[in-house]
Ligand binder design. Structure first.
Ligand SMILES: [Mn+2]
Length: 197
């Protein structure tokens, strides 16, 4: 089982993330930001990744530090759990619809940080949640997981649907990329010989 637990403490947030890439989609969250938890649950369920995330953040200010720092810590946990990446598929992609909304996520566990983020949200708020924070979340995640991530919401009218299709597609794409490929067994999926340098 590829697992990791990372604790990250700053004056703004105290976070512990536990991850199992070979899980069943079991999830537990205690972050104080319900809509983010609804999105993290999509990553776990559709990625078949077990996730336990506990965060005490400065929510009296706003959700910003909590959402960004959960992205950072999840990225660190993902990188640690992936280890040397021998035998994995490395690339993943998925299209996910939800009613009128459709999103595409393509990723490469490349060892390099890069984010192309294209979501034109139709509203600034989903309930109490500021949609600007999704960009902060994914920047934090790719910068610490060291992955290349292309996110495109291709269409959508309902902002909840726009966000949910992105997170479901991210979960699906991540599942594909971290999966072991029988034909790649014992091999590094790179002609460079490493995906961690
Ligand atoms: Mn929903």
């Amino acid at each position: 089982m590829r697992t990791a637990t990372i604790t990250r403490n700053t004056s703004e947030t105290q976070i512990t993330v536990s991850i199992n890439l070979d899980g069943t989609g079991k999830a537990h969250f205690d972050t104080g930001v319900p809509f983010l938890e609804h999105m993290l649950d999509q990553i776990a369920r559709h990625g078949l990744i077990d996730l336990d995330i506990v965060c005490k953040g400065d929510l009296h200010i706003d959700d910003h530090h909590t959402v960004e720092d959960i992205g950072i810590t999840l990225g660190q946990a993902l990188k640690a759990a992936l280890g040397d990446k021998v035998g994995i598929r490395r690339y993943g992609h998925a299209y996910v619809p939800l009613d009128e909304a459709l999103s595409r996520v393509v990723l490469d566990l490349s060892g390099r940080a890069g984010l192309e983020y294209n979501i034109d949200f139709t509203r600034a708020l989903i309930g109490r949640f500021d949609v600007d924070l999704f960009s902060e979340f994914f920047h934090g995640l790719v910068n610490h997981a060291m992955m290349t991530l292309h996110i495109d919401n291709l269409r959508g009218k309902n902002a909840h649907h726009q966000a949910e299709t992105v997170f479901k597609a991210f979960g699906r794409a991540l599942r594909m990329a971290v999966e072991y490929d029988e034909r790649m067994a014992g091999k590094m999926p790179s002609t460079k010989g490493t995906l961690t340098a």
